[in-house]
Design a protein around this ligand. Structure first.
Ligand SMILES: [Zn+2]
Length: 99
């Protein structure tokens, strides 16, 4: 067994090296200017660090309340602005790491 595999450094409990960081704002979810909602994608609030699924069917709020997803109104965003939303691809993440 390689030592590097054992000594893997984890710098954050929620945002791990195994997650793929796609960028900030709606452009990170697709090619256009709008949010592309997908259960494989997660949004991370830069205000509180909360991760939220971009599953289009679930209502959700982050811990600090800045980021909100309302499927009934087809709305998603942050009072801190789109640039305050990090987009992560967690589709390769083991289930036990999901929040
Ligand atoms: Zn927040």
């Amino acid at each position: 067994m390689k030592i590097s595999a054992i000594a893997r450094v984890r710098h954050d409990d929620r945002v791990d090296d195994g997650y793929e960081y796609l960028g900030n704002g709606p452009e990170a979810t697709g090619n256009g200017a709008g949010w592309v909602m997908s259960g494989d994608l997660y949004a991370r609030c830069t205000g509180c660090g909360s991760l939220m699924s971009l599953d289009p069917t679930e209502h959700d709020d982050c811990v600090c309340g800045a980021m909100n997803k309302d499927p009934d109104a087809a709305r998603f965003g942050s009072t801190l602005g789109d640039a305050a939303i990090e987009v992560w691809d967690l589709s390769q993440t083991p289930a036990y790491l999901m929040l």
